[in-house]
Ligand binder design. Sequence first.
Ligand SMILES: [Fe+2]
Length: 195
Amino acid sequence: MHFSPSQRRRALQDFAKYTLYFGLGSAAVLTSRKSHAQAPLTPNCGTQTPAQFEGPFFTPGSPERSKLIGAQEKAHKIQLSGEVVDSACRPVPGALLDFWQCDENGNYDNRSDKLRGHQFANQKGGFVLQSLMPGEYPGRTRHLHVKVQRRNGPVLTTQLYFPNHARNKSDFLFDPRLLLEPKGTDFFFRFVLAA
Ligand SMILES: [Fe+2]
């Protein structure tokens, strides 16, 4: 997978934009914490899932499906289960989850629906994704791309990473808050949206 000079320029511009977004977001969170210091304690499901760079390979209009691979798939299969909650631990039923990823060789297919699909969380905010283990491409460790959105809410665009993977350390976008949790042979992730 190679980025053209224009794609690389766009990626760097977008990354700078997200860096600015994170800076403003952190300030807002700190202000919010201070002003609510005396508020009664509420259940805490952890910090909101951080946003990340969308990348150049998102295509709108993916098919609705939770299984991105066929029965004959030869690559290493993965299953990701998880839930979408808000920061007060309330499930977000019906949340939209739109996944896209590269294949086992690190290639994205922008001409078809291959390895793309959206689904809606169930009544408990739960979801399951079946796919294949994404490969690596220059500069990037293994990752999944995803957009998560509560009904009529803002879109969270982010990426998920695989634990215990050597290239995580050298990936400029890697964020340990976005690591999948091993769950037997599968993986688990909890998306935390703003309450
Ligand atoms: Fe990617």
